[in-house]
Write a protein that binds this ligand. Structure first.
Ligand SMILES: Cc1ncc(COP(=O)(O)O)c(C=O)c1O
Length: 414
């Protein structure tokens, strides 16, 4: 590690985030990002890595996507954040672009700054729409670190900051368990069922057949709304714009974020049908934030949406889906004792291993082989695999070769 990287690390330990620095050091990972472009980035010592985490989807279009960068630069000459009190052509354009690729029942889009904030807002909007308070969510999901979205997530995070999960307001259920869901819904006090379409932090365990459609039907049967958290699974990662729709469901609210920013300007969105968005007619000032629908963000997101909506992007995701499907199964045939499950829906991928710490072990050995991928925090036996959507076939094959080398190292070291 260069002197400069070392100094940055020591200072980060002092003033930025001692435990985060320590945790990754514990896994043998010390990374200060340097140059970056497309699906690759370097550390300060010019070691190159292929990005297979994509920051959960922030880098869906790769690092420093040229078209998005141009839109940002041009946009900055043209506008600034604008004023959230006034409409603008860029805001309208982005609403139209998002609605065009969403179910016909969707009527409004509310733009915010991050995924957690979008889920917070979605919960509020569902409570307003139904006049009820209870939010049902999965125990294995992560919806953000802000107030209401944190409450809907794992309890340890809530307790850490001495907040209370009120069991009358928040109920956590098991993934894929429709009976448990119906038992709670029968109390007829649920505002919304909030489901991360395929839970990333659990290592992308796949849903049972018709799971999301059943969630939708059950929620409506008992007067609740269905919110699909598509912050990671949306924006073409499944091969369709929204993974929940690909899997046959039509939610009342879809939340999106990460890749909507094109990797540059923080943007998230709450897409709503008439029922969920009805409050916008009653009191448009009820949920405000200074940077909501920031004009520069809208310009950047418009470009990201344009790229994501291109047929060539869909075709590339289909190509990558095939390459990873075949390649991962070939690797599994040689490491079947270690690689227990390949979970895949488009390029939403999770690798479940036989070792309880298989995720961090693979993460470390992938790093040694020039690939950055992130373990699944709620299931350390698994690792998440999320390539950029525009990655070419050659790079995907390179990833597979490096994965096999990392797997060899991991298995030999066990
Ligand atoms: C599924 C999901 N929802 C919400 C969030 C929160 O998004 P943000 O970090 O932008 O607040 C995340 C972040 O990782 C996420 O993975």
């Amino acid at each position: 590690m260069s002197q400069k990287a070392h100094e940055i690390y020591e200072e980060a330990y002092r003033v930025w985030n001692p435990n985060k620095v320590d945790t990754f050091r514990g896994f043998g990972i010390e990374m200060v990002m340097g140059e970056r472009s497309g699906n690759r980035f370097c550390d300060l010592d010019q070691n190159e890595y292929i990005n297979m985490h994509s920051n959960g989807g922030v880098f869906n279009l790769g690092h420093k996507n040229e078209e998005v960068m141009e839109a940002l630069i041009e946009g900055a000459r043209l506008v600034d954040a604008g004023n959230h009190y006034f409409p603008s052509e860029y805001k309208n354009q982005l609403c139209e672009a998002v609605l065009k690729v969403s179910p016909d029942s969707m009527k409004y889009v509310y733009f915010l700054n991050g995924g957690g904030e979008a889920n917070d807002a979605a919960i509020k909007f569902a409570r307003k729409a139904t006049g009820r308070k209870r939010i049902i969510s999965l125990c294995c999901a992560f919806h953000g670190s802000t107030g209401l979205s944190m409450m809907a997530g794992e309890e340890n995070m809530v307790k850490f900051f001495h907040m209370e999960v009120d069991p009358a307001l928040n109920t956590h259920i098991a993934y894929n368990d429709l009976e448990e869901l119906e038992e709670v819904l029968k109390m007829n006090d649920t505002a919304a069922v909030l489901i991360e379409t395929i839970p990333a932090t659990a290592g992308f365990p796949m849903p049972i057949e018709n799971y999301h459609k059943s969630v939708e039907v059950l929620a409506h049967k008992y007067g609740a709304l269905y919110i699909a958290d598509e912050v990671q699974t949306g924006l073409m990662r499944s091969g369709d714009m929204w993974c929940c729709c690909k899997l046959g469901a039509e939610p009342d609210i879809i939340t999106t974020g990460k890749g909507l920013s094109g990797g540059y300007y923080p943007m998230s969105g709450v897409i709503m049908n008439e029922k969920a968005g009805g409050w916008l007619k009653e009191d448009g000032f009820a949920h405000v934030s200074s940077f909501n629908s920031a004009e520069l963000g809208c310009i950047v997101a418009n470009k990201a949406m344009e790229i994501l909506s291109r047929p060539t992007t869909k075709e590339n995701v289909a190509m990558l889906t095939d390459v990873f499907d075949k390649g991962l199964h070939e690797i599994q045939s040689r490491y079947s004792d270690f690689l227990l499950e390949i979970r895949q829906c488009g390029v939403i991928m999770g690798l479940k291993t036989a070792h309880p710490m298989g995720g961090p072990l693979l993460m470390q050995n992938l790093m040694r082989n020039g690939v950055w991928a992130m373990m699944a925090n709620f299931d350390k036996s698994a690792i998440q695999f999320k390539p950029g959507l525009l990655m070419n076939k050659e790079t995907a094959c390179e990833v597979l070769n490096r994965l096999e080398a990392a797997m060899k190292l991991t298995v030999e070291g066990m």
